[in-house]
Design a protein around this ligand. Structure first.
Ligand SMILES: [Zn+2]
Length: 659
């Protein structure tokens, strides 16, 4: 490993050139010394010294001053206020980095580390030896860290290629990273990705998911016998970046809004809902639920606080527009397609580096951890994401175990998704599962599901048309919203941080609403399936979010009334009526109308599974015995069948999990 003083020596040597000594001579004790590190000699040492470069540079300058003024001159003390500025290193956006302007120049930008290869080493210095005559020569690696291939010049050796002697090598650490532009800065939702190399003491200190401000040299790696070359950033320093700087509401504006919410809750709620996606007509309940999702419930040690919402319906309805509007009022978020915008997909995947090696790359969901993923065409996601999302939406992690790589990343990400029916048009006589190519177990992870159908309503059409015409005129209602996009963003940011509690006086109300759902399922004749505790959790999360919407620190009865209304409206879009008692959770959980017993049993399994996917045998058999087409015997038979065929496996604690 290279010593500090050898770095100082090397910089000192460079600074002895007149163009630097002249500048140093003219320095006053509190001056700023500006150094352009993009000259070849400095580039190498700048990269190699990494985060310590400025420290070494100062020591080299002190030495130059001392040499000028005499060896007992205390330049360290006299020039302690000396400032260093590395020139050309103002922060830029990643999408502005290009070879035309920045080849071999120092750049600085903010990014997220999306993949990190295992640390490797490279040879900096060594000896090459001729295998025939023993002739040896000292060599150092070139700028691409390759050891030049030397040929022996002893005539009798006939230009035999000299080999690197494995003894007395000087090596250093190196690691390859994939750096991605932060979501909030990406153009067209397409964040730029660059390959980064880190060296020396920086190796092993950088992890996937971290946000960093990176300073380094941007350059092309010229490879022999190739026309197109890889571009890399040789990172010299990586500073931790603060989490997203969330904008906050202005104190007096906030006070006014709080006052409005308290004095006239009905009008306040209408105003705030209308401020969201004002260009989209109607959809009041849907907009309200989206706002609740953007506020979230309260996370506990065991349960997620995120409220996931799914919108299903015919193409060309307002679904995508609503997702894009949600993107506009959130800061740490991305709008993406189910197909995913990167090779890693939505969750996590293996990607190839330019040299063919594979590394695990984080997808958009873990990268938006603590924020939101707005996923359009949810039905189009790939097979890996289908299984990955299961874990992401409930356990709030994503993991991969492939090609020798094992990685788990946090994914506390709220998911708002839109999906199109498999056969183009939604068939209301069929269940959600019949209409949508998404596994039932995944559908049951959503707290609320909405169906968008192009029903013909003359009056509504008229009002909608009027709304559109208005949006083209100046004094339209859409231009005259209660809160602007930016104001709504700041209010949501603020309200999200409130942590309301559930007090004893509303516990009864919550249970009542939950029982209402359960009772309806019991009355259901077609498929008697239990409303799982998942629905209870959803009710709790939404009531907490509704309390946040009103800046309250506890849930009150009105919050439960609002949640019940949302549930009613959501069921209503499916033609189901909460008050009539023909509600069937299985219908929403995606079980198919013509379902086989196997599928019914599977749905029951997922409904009784805990957050880790584990199921207690007794609970499963009891619930399945109560389901349509089943009794105690047939339920037992399903269980033994599954165990025999290793569809399920026993855990050490006696519970079971799906294989
Ligand atoms: Zn030789």
């Amino acid at each position: 490993m290279r010593t500090d003083s050898s770095f100082v020596d090397e910089i000192h040597e460079i600074l002895e050139a007149p163009r630097y000594t002249d500048v140093i001579d003219a320095l006053r004790p509190n001056s700023t010394f500006v150094l352009d590190v993009s000259t070849p000699a400095l580039t190498d040492v700048f990269i190699e010294a990494g985060g310590d470069f400025v420290k070494f540079l100062k020591r080299a300058i002190y030495r130059v001053i001392r040499e000028k003024r005499g060896s007992d001159y205390d330049s360290e003390t006299n020039y302690r206020n000396l400032k260093i500025e590395i020139s050309g290193v103002s922060t830029i956006e990643m999408h502005d980095v290009n070879v035309r302007d920045y080849e071999n120049k120092t750049v600085c930008f903010d990014c997220i580390v999306i993949a990190a290869d295992a640390p490797k080493s490279y040879v900096k210095k060594g000896k090459v030896v001729c295998q025939l005559c023993g002739n040896s020569e000292d060599v150092s690696c070139d700028v691409n860290r390759e050891i030049p291939q030397l040929k022996c010049d002893t005539p009798s050796c006939q230009k035999s290629i000299m080999k690197v002697n494995t003894e007395n090598l000087v090596t250093d650490d190196i690691q390859t990273l994939l750096l991605q532009e932060p979501m909030e800065k990406a153009k067209n939702n397409s964040p730029v990705i660059l390959t980064g190399k880190i060296l020396g003491s920086n190796v092993g200190t950088v992890f996937v998911g971290q946000r960093k401000r990176v300073t380094g040299i941007f350059r092309t790696v010229v490879q022999a016998r190739q026309i197109e070359h890889e571009i890399v950033l040789e990172a010299a320093s990586l500073e931790d970046l603060e989490e997203t700087n969330f904008i906050k509401p202005d104190e007096s504006a906030l006070a006014k809004i709080k006052n409005f919410a308290e004095k006239d809750p009905v009008e306040y709620k209408k105003s705030i809902i209308n401020s969201f996606a004002p260009h989209i007509f109607g959809y009041g309940s849907i907009k309200e639920s989206i706002l609740l999702s953007l506020l979230g419930g309260v996370k506990t040690d065991k349960k997620r606080g995120d409220i996931h919402i799914l919108m299903v319906g015919d193409p060309s309805m307002a679904k995508s527009e609503i997702l894009k509007s949600a993107k506009k009022v959130t800061q740490k978020s991305i709008y993406t397609s189910g197909k995913g915008s990167s090779a890693a997909g939505l969750t996590i995947g293996m990607v190839k580096l330019s040299d063919g090696r594979q590394v695990a790359q984080a997808g958009v969901i873990p990268l938006c951890s603590g924020g939101f993923a707005f996923i359009d065409e949810f039905d189009k996601m790939n097979k890996d994401d289908r299984s990955g999302l299961h874990e992401a939406m409930e356990q709030q992690t994503v993991s991969i175990a492939k090609a020798g790589t094992k990685m788990t990343l946090p994914a506390e990400t709220t998911i708002l998704a839109a999906a199109n029916p498999t056969h183009g048009k939604y068939d209301t006589s069929q269940s959600l599962g019949d209409n949508l190519d998404v596994p039932p177990a995944l559908l049951s992870r959503f707290d609320l599901t909405w169906l968008f159908i192009d029903r013909i309503h003359r009056d509504e059409d008229r009002a909608k048309a009027k709304h559109i015409i208005n949006s083209f005129t100046n004094n339209s209602e859409t231009n005259n919203v209660f809160l602007t996009e930016l104001e709504l963003t700041s209010i949501l940011n603020y309200a999200r941080t409130i942590k309301p509690i559930i007090t004893d006086n509303v516990v009864d109300k919550i249970l009542k609403l939950y029982e209402k759902l359960r009772d309806m399922c019991r009355d259901e004749e077609m498929t008697k399936l239990p409303v799982g505790t998942r629905q209870l959790e959803a009710i709790i999360r939404m009531s907490l979010a509704h309390a946040k919407l009103f800046f309250r620190n506890r849930v009150i009865e009105e919050d439960l009334v609002a949640v019940e209304n949302l549930l009613k409206s959501s069921l209503d879009t499916f033609g189901l009526d909460l008050s009539k008692g023909n509600f069937n959770q299985a219908f929403l959980d995606g079980i198919k109308t013509k379902d086989t017993k196997e599928q019914i049993a599977l749905t029951v399994w997922y409904n009784v599974a805990d957050e880790n996917g584990n199921v207690k045998v007794d609970t499963f058999i009891k619930e399945l015995s109560n389901a349509d087409k089943f009794d105690q015997n047939s339920a037992n038979r399903v269980f033994t069948d599954w165990e025999k065929n290793i569809i399920i496996k026993r855990n050490p604690d006696g519970s079971y999990r799906k294989t």
